[in-house]
Design a protein around this ligand. Structure first.
Ligand SMILES: *[C@@H]1O[C@H](CO)[C@@H](O)[C@H](O)[C@H]1NC(C)=O
Ligand SMILES: *[C@@H]1O[C@H](CO)[C@@H](O)[C@H](O)[C@H]1NC(C)=O
Length: 266
């Protein structure tokens, strides 16, 4: 079980790196693209959000209102024009057509810069100011992402500088959820739900029993909120308790975005 899981994950990393390599050819430094003009976006990197602690070990924080309605609309619109790749952990999910579609964004876009600056302010000294390429994914009915950790058992390599890094921190942003959305929670089977909240009335989290019959934490895809976690232990190894999956969307549509700061290993 453990061995299989690791192999599967390495395959996914390879695929993501390849896609990102392709992407840097499509957007050579300094080139401008056809992305809608956002000179007057009003995207405010200091836009106010709330924070809500879910777990202290591993550190997990829910962030209601992480992005504004304008940002949500912008990223949802870009995706509609341009989702070219697939987001997945293993090839089976692609064959079975349950892998969500992915659009890599123009990294020079003011909205992208704005969101990454906001993430950087949140991270403070937890991570470097370099981020992996920002992308958005569209999850329609039956789309899901299999169990994985974002941090990789093997270091990742920056295609340009060859520096090694890993995903020490993760934000998953629920950019937009349709009004009729059902399913699509981000499920952490090894994280118990916080004991100090009333789950029956909480808008953003729910308990789902894991394979051992114990309650795990499922974060609901509330539009414009995000969930943040630390995926590596202080000794630099992957924190396996952060394994998670994107539960299947059973109705409607969810648009999601991963924000990964590069934690350099040199
Ligand atoms: C869509 O993606 C293509 C490459 O896949 C890129 O050339 C184009 O600029 C993108 N358009 C938008 C609106 O992001
Ligand atoms: C279920 O949750 C418990 C407690 O959080 C955890 O120790 C156990 O590893 C989990 N089991 C599975 C299969 O994820």
């Amino acid at each position: 079980m453990t061995a299989l899981w690791s192999v599967v994950f390495v395959a996914a990393v390879a695929v993501l790196s390849k896609n990102y390599g392709i992407y840097s050819e499509l957007f050579p430094a300094g080139a401008s693209t056809e992305v809608a003009t956002t000179a007057d976006t009003g995207c405010d990197e200091y836009h106010g959000y709330q924070i809500e602690f879910l777990s202290s070990d591993p550190l997990m924080i829910r962030i209601p209102n992480f992005i504004s309605p304008a940002e949500s609309a912008f990223f949802t619109g870009i995706l509609a024009q341009n989702f070219t790749y697939r987001l997945y952990v293993n090839e089976e999910d692609v064959k079975n057509e349950i892998a969500p579609r992915l659009a890599v964004l123009d990294q020079h876009d003011p909205y992208v810069t704005c969101i990454l600056n906001r993430a950087q302010h949140f991270l403070g000294s937890m991570a470097s100011p370099d981020f992996e390429l920002l992308s958005v994914a569209r999850y329609g009915v039956s789309h899901q992402v299999s169990l994985h950790t974002d941090a990789s058992p093997e270091p990742l390599e920056d295609p340009k500088t060859k520096r090694q890094f890993n995903r020490r921190t993760s934000f998953f942003v629920y950019v937009h959820s349709s009004d009729d959305l059902e399913g699509g929670e981000t499920y952490f089977p090894q994280i118990p739900p916080p004991s100090n909240v009333d789950l029956s009335t909480h808008p953003g989290i729910v308990a789902v029993n894991n394979a051992s019959g114990q309650p795990g934490l499922a974060v609901k895809p509330v539009s414009r909120s995000a969930v943040f976690w630390l995926g590596m232990k202080p000794d630099g190894t992957v924190d396996r308790s952060t394994i998670h999956k994107g539960l299947p969307v059973t109705k409607g549509e969810k648009i999601g975005m991963n924000i990964w700061a590069k934690h350099y290993l040199d």
